[in-house]
Design a protein around this ligand. Structure first.
Ligand SMILES: [Zn+2]
Length: 298
């Protein structure tokens, strides 16, 4: 069950688990100019995060797609998110075209608390969007903002998963915190929410939300890899806790903006599977393929 040694090894490893590919719910593709800005931000990571963050897949878009496909990623959610008003609808247009052009990219959308949000999210849902992304720290908005109430309601009714970065890691924001997002869930308990990074570093609060709300999930993005373990380690009983909610964990990676290779994330997940008898290979099939495929309607 030991994970893949390197990216070259990934596709064969996944086939060995009895699945023909991976489904990744947390990947980023962006318009080139915006991606260049994101990479410039990571270049200055020492200033922002106090440590270097060398982006591992700093490649042209075609090569990034080829890297995913070469590892047997059969479907992925390309996530976009705005940092200011007036930007979400433009990003939604870009990502719609991207998903039309790349058949393994699931159509996604994003939003910002602004008067037009309900209208463009409704349009996005009608156009067949199967996942949305919200970044509370980068967007610096309160997810309880009145402009978003109708949006959360629509998403809950549609059963479309919302990948929500609402934790304090790696940076705290004015409105981050799983307690804040918990209020949104109390108002919209049917929301299919995916807590990005498993709520890092508030893992306890994340498990609590998963227990309280039957449609809340955790994504594995950057969780348990050596890079993150150095400053936001998972609790010692991590694998045992996963065993209680095993069907609510989904593969996410933050590809391509990670400071290590894709296989590293898979090795971390394989390590959890190995650490508790209740997990094992069936957990890997569920996390790496079956549950994200169900959420994304792949
Ligand atoms: Zn991300």
């Amino acid at each position: 069950m030991t994970g893949p040694a390197d990216d070259e090894d990934v596709a064969a490893w996944v086939r060995g688990l009895g699945r023909d590919g991976l489904v990744d719910i947390h990947v980023h593709f962006l318009p080139e100019r915006m991606l260049a800005k994101v990479w410039a931000y990571f270049d200055a990571a020492e200033q922002h995060y106090g440590m270097p963050w060398p982006v591992h897949y700093r490649l042209p878009e075609a090569d990034r797609l080829a890297a995913l496909r070469g590892m047997g990623v059969q479907a992925f959610a390309p996530l976009v998110y705005p940092h200011k008003p007036g930007m979400a609808e433009w990003l939604n247009g870009w990502v719609r075209e991207f998903a039309e052009r790349e058949p393994d990219a699931v159509p996604t959308a994003t939003f910002f608390p602004e008067p037009e949000a309900a209208r463009y999210v409704e349009e996005a849902l009608r156009s067949g969007v199967r996942c949305v992304k919200v970044h509370v720290q980068v967007g610096a908005f309160d997810p309880r903002d009145a402009h978003l109430d109708a949006v959360w309601g629509m998403l809950a009714d549609a059963g479309v998963p919302a990948v929500v970065h609402c934790g304090h890691g790696p940076l705290r924001g004015e409105h981050t915190g799983l307690d804040v997002f918990g209020r949104v869930l109390e108002r919209h308990p049917g929301l299919v929410a995916v807590l990005a990074h498993a709520g890092m570093p508030e893992y306890d609060a994340a498990f609590d939300l998963v227990q309280r709300f039957p449609r809340v999930h955790l994504d594995t993005t950057m969780v348990g890899v050596p890079f993150t373990e150095s400053f936001m380690p998972v609790p010692g009983d991590w694998a045992a806790r996963l065993a209680d909610v095993a069907d609510r964990v989904v593969l996410g990676t933050d590809f391509p903006n990670i400071p290590y290779d894709y296989a590293t994330q898979l090795r971390a997940i394989a390590g959890w599977a190995e650490a508790d008898d209740r997990l094992g290979e069936s957990f890997l099939r569920s996390v790496l393929h079956d549950t994200p495929a169900k959420l994304l309607a792949v």
